[in-house]
Design a protein around this ligand. Structure first.
Ligand SMILES: *Cc1c(COP(=O)(O)O)cnc(C)c1O
Length: 437
């Protein structure tokens, strides 16, 4: 079984992460528990910056905060010299609370309310990524009212289908995101952005999807976008200085998911960008990338306690753990499949039986449909791997479960970066009208 980052197995046969024994972490902090491998997060940032700067003159790597964002995660990104993508008032607020420099923050979203646009202008975010013609008009007007100029990129839908789940496919023509390349909206947006007051257009953005496991779609998107940049120069005399190709690099959820390495992606995109620019005699723009999952996904592990093991003769064995849909909705939403092991018996060989891991919610919240484990028993600690991205970020209070705690581990030290929600937290927003008193 391939482990991630600093994961290992100690003399007691326990899974360790960042030099911490996960069985001890489960005892100390309770379960479910998200564990984040600080070294792996930092290493991924450094590899992105190093690999892309080795092949291209100007590169910015913006961590996509929606994958996992707390103030401590934002601080880590700042320390590593990353930029940061936000897509809501909450994400932007979190980044600013962490002291993240606003000029390295971008704001995304297909529908940003006027208040959010005002907040972005007021706090001085570096780029607003405009998603529609309406937004161009609104932003121009709001910026004028505030006596500001908005620095923008325009999001383009390049009409490229990445091979991934339809819910996270975003670059095709039939999409709510961005302005279409083929239908002429992207051209119209460019014309408007150059004409409307209080807007400074710096370049274009495209994000083709997520959990992408080959470099082809990235190469096609790069070529299509450079063609568009050159067309806009030819038509309007505007030569974009920034090209943002979004995020999307996949991670190893299942043993046979083999994503390109960050270095392979850098080679592929760097070459595609330079070739496409040469073909159109276009100066190589600054490349911006927005990885989320590939920065934090493999760095996250969720620890659960096994509670009930139910054998249904001739059918299957259900192993229930003390979390599920509320801390990881991805299996139910996307049929996502995760790998897991028993953290307290990490050296034991699995049996031949395939068991089903279920959550504790009042529905069939299968966490892992079929997995071979060393016969699980109540009290075992199940470690689900690769849960760093879109788990805490998508967690809910369904069934009034409290969101799990999250610890950042490194060099044998574990620090809480998200406190487990208490029962009191769960009723904090509830209000009792006078007439029910
Ligand atoms: C979701 C998203 C990302 C990050 O995608 P990953 O697959 O997590 O790398 C980047 N940019 C935009 C605009 C996104 O919506």
């Amino acid at each position: 079984m391939t482990l991630f980052g600093t994961q290992g197995i100690n003399a007691a046969g326990h899974l360790t992460i960042g030099g911490c024994d996960t069985v001890e972490l489960a005892e100390r902090f309770g379960t479910p528990l998200y564990v984040v491998d600080e070294w792996l997060v930092r290493d991924n940032c450094r590899r992105y910056l190093g690999a892309f700067r080795a092949v291209l003159p100007e590169v910015e790597i913006a961590y996509a905060g929606k994958a996992l964002l707390t103030t401590a995660i934002a601080r880590l990104m700042d320390q590593e010299g990353m930029a940061l993508d936000t897509a809501s008032a909450g994400e932007l607020y979190t980044a600013l609370q962490a002291g993240f420099p606003p000029e390295r923050i971008k704001l995304h979203g297909n529908f940003k309310k006027p208040d959010l646009l005002r907040m972005a202008l007021e706090t001085g975010v570096g780029r607003i990524v405009v998603d529609s013609l309406e937004e161009l008009h609104d932003l121009s007007q709001i910026a004028a009212e505030m006596g500001r100029t908005a620095d923008i990129l325009i999001r383009v839908a390049p009409g490229i289908k990445a091979h991934t789940h339809h819910a996270i496919q975003t670059g095709q023509e039939d999409t709510k995101f961005g302005l279409g390349l083929r239908c002429g909206s992207a051209r119209e947006g460019t014309r408007l952005a150059l004409e409307l007051p209080n807007l400074t257009l710096h370049g274009f953005h495209a994000h083709i999807g997520s959990q992408i496991l080959d470099t082809d779609a990235f190469k096609h998107a790069t070529a299509a976008m450079v063609d568009f940049l050159a067309d806009m120069r030819d038509e309007f005399g505007f030569a974009a200085r920034q090209l943002d190709l979004g995020g999307g690099l996949g991670i190893r959820y299942q043993e046979d998911d083999i994503p390109p390495t960050i270095e392979e992606l850098a080679q592929a995109v760097g070459t595609a960008l330079k070739d496409a620019c040469a073909a159109r005699d276009f100066p190589v723009p600054e490349l911006i990338l927005e990885p989320g999952r590939s920065i934090v996904g493999e760095a996250g592990t969720t620890l659960y306690t096994v509670g009930v093991v139910k054998h249904i003769p001739g059918v299957r064995t259900y192993v229930s753990v003390d979390g599920g849909l509320s801390d990881n909705p991805r299996p139910v939403m996307y049929d996502a499949v995760y790998r897991a092991l028993l953290a307290n018996r990490a050296n034991e060989a699995p049996t031949h039986e395939l068991v089903r891991i279920s959550g504790a919610h009042c529905e069939t919240d299968t966490l892992i449909p079929e997995i071979a484990l060393p016969e699980p028993a109540p009290g075992d600690i199940l470690a689900v791997l690769g849960t760093g991205a879109y788990n805490h970020a998508m967690a809910s209070n369904y069934n009034r479960f409290s969101r799990p705690a999250m610890v950042l581990v490194a060099d044998g030290q574990a620090d809480l970066i998200y406190a487990r929600e208490s029962l009191a937290d769960l009723v904090r927003q509830d209000l009792m009208p006078e007439r029910l008193a």
